[in-house]
Design a protein around this ligand. Structure first.
Ligand code: XLS
Ligand code: MG
Length: 344
């Protein structure tokens, strides 16, 4: 039985459109998705602000809060919590040049409006965390924005959120690229530096996504460990990548099994979840996946995580200790490979 609680966002089950082609599957209604997620054993749902309140621009602040209260009743019906709310600052015309560090003051104000609404929605859903995936926060033209100015704008925006709500936690999900090619906060190291520069570092931490660490050429388990060492790993988005081609959000563990094993191991060894943290998934089905298999990649990710957790439980720490004392890392590595191949 896994010690962990799991969360997932409705965007993980999707109709399959990508930048180069239209939908290949029928869209599935939100309530049908969360009912299925509850049946699969998820404990919490991740939200973008406009997952929680579609067409959010069309409503007043009070109407947004009311819609969030209605959504909370639906979550309660299925015994589901809300893990976080993330302002989706990459789909709107006002955020074509980013949000917090847009070159347009009006657009920066719009981004703050969405950030404040995300906080309002989070509160109505009974959660205290806002995730910032900084999709377009950076620049496509090096000379258009100073990286000094842009970084300071991000810190200023986070400070405004921290002042807007005295208990909200801000969780930055770093990503080095895509859709932007000069990102301002690309790794967990950047997140820790930004956190330290805010007015309340205790309320600013990180969400490590496996694929984003791989895109930065880094080991996801080490990015997780770094954030945990700082006491600032607020959540994770587990998935996988076949190299650093583009963001693939593949099912957890399907490309880099040993790296996935070490992500589970570092989480388990360091008490992740003991303070209510969820193991979050952020996975996308292959474009070729049929309607009837719309949830298979999500189930596969859960199953692989649990199978690797069982491998971590089997891990022989005495043998590891002996190998380290003898500096027999070849022996240790082969032990791990046999463990993962089931020949141990
Ligand atoms: C995209 C991000 C995204 C956020 C939620 O690369 O991972 O999925 O986590 O919008
Ligand atoms: Mg993500």
């Amino acid at each position: 039985m896994s010690k962990f609680k799991f969360s997932v966002g409705p965007w993980n089950v999707h109709p399959g459109a990508d930048s180069y082609g239209p939908e290949t599957r029928k869209d599935i209604a939100f309530e049908e998705k969360i009912k299925k997620f509850a049946e699969m054993g998820f404990s919490a749902i991740q939200f973008h602000d406009d997952d929680a309140v579609p067409n959010i621009n069309d409503y007043t602040e009070e109407e947004i809060k009311q819609k969030a209260r209605d959504l909370k009743k639906l979550l309660d019906q299925y015994g589901l919590a809300a893990e976080f709310v993330a302002p989706r600052l990459w789909m709107d015309e006002h955020t074509a040049d980013g949000g917090f560090m847009s070159t347009s003051e009006e657009d920066r104000e719009y981004a703050m409006w969405r950030a404040y609404r995300s906080i309002d929605i989070a509160r109505e859903l009974g959660c205290d965390m806002v995730v910032l995936w900084l999709a377009r926060e950076g620049t496509l033209c090096a000379e258009a924005k100073s990286p000094v100015w842009a970084t300071k704008m991000l810190i200023e925006a986070i400070n405004k959120m921290l002042e807007y709500d005295p208990a909200i936690r801000i969780c930055i999900e770093p990503k080095p690229n895509e859709p932007i090619d000069r990102s301002i906060c690309g790794t967990m190291g950047h997140v820790m530096a930004v956190s330290a520069a805010t007015i309340d570092p205790s309320r600013v931490g990180g969400n490590l996504e496996s694929a984003h660490a791989i895109l930065a050429g880094l080991d996801p388990a080490h990015e997780i460990g770094f954030a945990m060492a700082m006491g600032k790993l607020m959540t994770v988005h587990l998935n996988d990548q076949n190299g650093i081609k583009y963001d693939q959000d593949k099912s957890f563990g399907v490309e880099n099994l040993r790296a996935a094993f070490n992500q589970v191991k570092v989480l388990k060894e360091n008490g992740y979840g003991d303070h209510g943290e969820y193991v979050g998934l952020d996975v996308k089905a292959m474009r070729t996946t049929k309607d009837e298999d719309s949830y298979k990649h999500v189930q596969n990710s859960l199953d692989i995580f649990r199978a690797l957790e069982a491998k971590v439980d089997k891990f022989d720490y005495e043998f590891q200790k002996k190998c380290v004392e003898n500096r027999d890392f070849e022996g240790l590595e082969m032990y791990v490979m046999k463990l993962l191949m089931g020949i141990e």
